[in-house]
Design a protein around this ligand. Sequence first.
Ligand SMILES: Nc1ncnc2c1ncn2[C@@H]1O[C@H](COP(=O)(O)OP(=O)(O)OP(=O)(O)O)[C@@H](O)[C@H]1O
Ligand SMILES: [Mg+2]
Length: 229
Amino acid sequence: MLKVVDVDVSYGHARVLHGVSLELETGKMLFVVGRNGAGKTTLLKTIVGLLKPLKGSIYFDGGEISGLPPEGLYHVGIRYVNQDKKVFSNLNVRENIEIAAFSSGEPLPQALEKVLAIYPKMKEFLNLKAGQLSGGQRQILLIGQALVGDPKLLLVDEPTQGLAAVVINEVARILQHLKGKVSAIIVEQNLPLVSRLADQVVVLKEGKVVRVLSSAAEIGNTALLEKSL
Ligand SMILES: Nc1ncnc2c1ncn2[C@@H]1O[C@H](COP(=O)(O)OP(=O)(O)OP(=O)(O)O)[C@@H](O)[C@H]1O
Ligand SMILES: [Mg+2]
């Protein structure tokens, strides 16, 4: 459903991705791991059209998407939850969900249902300013909003970064719930979580894919993952 072929990306003269290729099958969860600065965020930004590859191609549902603008990619069903965990702090939670409903064309009641389906507790917070949510709840709200409009592909950058252990478990539970229901590429540094959830793991190092793990035995081996970084 998504194919990245031999992509190079640079910021000015600094080349950050070098010949990156990967392939995601429908309904699968692919995790991208790598040390800080490896190029993980750059890869996601390139897939969603925020950065243009210098070289290489990206195909989605059979058609080439490299060079298309992010708005266009949103409308073909690609959603991106970035690393910043930014919500509209001064709007309440319901209004934040309204924005996702409006952007995607999904009626508000269904949009609310999408969010509550992954996190029923959000019902208690609908009238609360989104800025008052905890970091974990904000992350969950952002994932919920990304699910509005039934995306075909979900990209999430470091969903558990900076969260307390109990909240990490909550986010992991949500990702587990989504497994098989949505195709996803998730950047994550929590290797035990990656081991539990991934269908495939791509290891990025200094902007190159240095390893692809596809078998359950390899993915389940956290020590092997750690060693691959
Ligand atoms: N806007 C930018 N301009 C110039 N260089 C950048 C820019 N954004 C990132 N870089 C550089 O590109 C490289 C890859 O950055 P990127 O953010 O993709 O890494 P990452 O794997 O997501 O790291 P982290 O784990 O810290 O989020 C780093 O060397 C970084 O300093
Ligand atoms: Mg990053």
